[in-house]
Design a protein around this ligand. Structure first.
Ligand code: PLP
Length: 439
């Protein structure tokens, strides 16, 4: 009997009793390799001594101080650290407790920015169909996952959704990746024109798509084209790196690899590595200055923003990543993961695509590789793979659903940055068994 209102009320979950390195052990003594970092969270694995020590030290110093009364050394240090390594022009970090809160804050920051400069007519957000930005109402509204949105649709603000950048499914024969990217930018330009360019607040996108389609990387030049288009119309670019950021793709921020600098960027998950709930919005100096010179107040906030223990955990995570050269490890082990996935699934009759960047990779499952026909929704293949994987002692992040009228089943892998070659062997071997068991 449980009194926890679990997400799934008709399944019994194993009880996690200890977690070390890249493994979690349940009450029956069974161990699970954490090949998804939970949901792309545990970048340093579990029980990292440096992070635990930093949290203990902070608890002894100041465990909590409300941000309307005080700032703290640790919040100031974390913000300075993030800004030192942020894309050009970013000047401030607004702290929150997770990804959805970061997206909510970014949406309101973007709207208030235009209120501050007197452009009150800007009220539209444009986002993409194949996207996930969180489960709170604002974040759900910009998100493009129909399954997650459907029953709450009457409560959601109107957002215009454009095509995702989904090369495997949508790039046409004879079209180069660059031409495909340019076509998507053209589509966005058309939508901006229809809405009226001066009525649009921001375009919101995940730099690399995570939770709806599994590690969809942008084609070359696409996000640069989007950036230019936004600049032309004074529209803000909000990049959501809650899942793909903080080192997961091999650079601290995924947008670095696109040579694109957003106006606002959301981060969470890997920021605190799962040791504490923390997220942030990184903001361009021009935007923060506008607030400072204008009303002097961002009209938003939650009780736990800038929580000192969460900031201490996140700061320790950043220091370990740098000290231990973990961004290079992500690039190296990312290649090692790709080659193992290629070796195991490259010729698999039901694996249509292997994709991703760094330690953020996915396979897409199809009934027929030749025409990319997905499996029937009724099969719930993604759920079967998850069950099979757990039986094999493996945590992965499978997802499925109807997207743009197309079914898709994907399995996302996001192992901790400390994953070894031997652990990658075990992950891919167990994944192959799970897929075989589920099909
Ligand atoms: N944005 C992206 C890109 C995400 O992947 C997620 C979660 O998966 C969120 C926002 C929401 O984050 P959280 O679950 O921490 O609220």
């Amino acid at each position: 009997m449980t009194h926890v209102f679990h997400r799934q009320l008709n399944t019994t979950l194993p009880r996690a009793v200890s977690a070390r390195g890249i493994s979690i052990t349940d009450a029956d003594g069974k161990s699970y390799l954490d090949a998804s970092g939970g949901a792309a969270v545990s970048c340093l694995g579990h029980a990292h001594p440096d992070v635990l020590a930093a949290m203990h030290e902070q608890i002894d110093r100041v465990a909590y101080a409300h941000t309307s009364f005080f700032t703290t050394d640790v919040a100031e240090e974390l913000a300075a650290d993030l800004i030192e390594h942020a894309p050009a022009g970013m000047s401030h970090a607004y702290f929150v407790s997770g990804g959805s809160e970061a997206v909510e804050a970014a949406l309101k920051m973007a709207r208030q920015y235009f209120v501050e400069i007197g452009q009150l007519q800007r009220r539209h957000f444009i986002a993409r169909r194949q996207s996930y930005h969180g489960n709170t109402l604002g974040a759900l509204a910009v998100g493009g996952n129909q399954w997650r949105r459907a029953q709450f649709a009457p409560l959601l603000m109107a957002v215009t959704h454009v095509s995702p950048c989904y090369e495997y499914r949508d790039r046409q024969p004879g079209e180069t990746p660059e031409q495909y990217g340019a076509r998507l930018v053209q589509e966005l330009a058309g939508v901006i024109e229809t809405l009226g360019a001066d009525s649009v607040i921001a375009f919101v996108a995940e730099t690399v798509v995570g939770a709806t389609a599994g590690a969809l990387t942008p084609v070359p030049g696409y996000l640069r084209g989007v950036r230019e288009l936004c600049d032309r119309h004074g529209i803000l670019l909000v990049l959501d790196e809650v899942m793909s950021g903080m080192g997961r793709t091999g650079t601290l921020h995924a947008c670095e690899q696109e040579h694109v600098v957003p106006d606002l960027m959301t981060i969470a998950k890997g920021l605190g590595g799962g040791y504490q709930p923390i997220g942030a919005v990184l903001a361009q100096g021009r935007i923060v200055d506008t607030f400072a010179r204008g009303s002097g107040l961002f009209q938003h906030g939650h009780t736990y923003i800038g929580h000192p223990v969460a900031c201490a955990a996140a700061l320790a995570v950043q220091r370990v990543i740098r000290r231990d050269g973990l961004l290079a490890a992500v690039r190296r082990q990312g290649q090692a993961l790709t080659s193992r996935l290629q070796a195991t699934f490259g010729d698999h009759p039901h694996v249509g695509d292997i994709r991703g960047r760094g330690l953020f990779q996915a396979i897409e499952l199809v009934r027929d590789r030749a025409d990319k026909t997905p499996f029937d929704a009724g099969l719930k293949l993604h759920a079967r793979i998850k069950r099979q994987a757990m039986q094999c002692g493996l945590m992965v992040y499978p997802m499925g659903g109807t997207i743009d009228g197309q079914r898709g089943d994907h399995v996302l892998l996001a192992p901790p940055f400390i994953v070894t070659d031997g652990e990658l062997d075990a992950i891919v071997e167990r994944l192959a068994r799970a897929v075989a068991g589920a099909l």
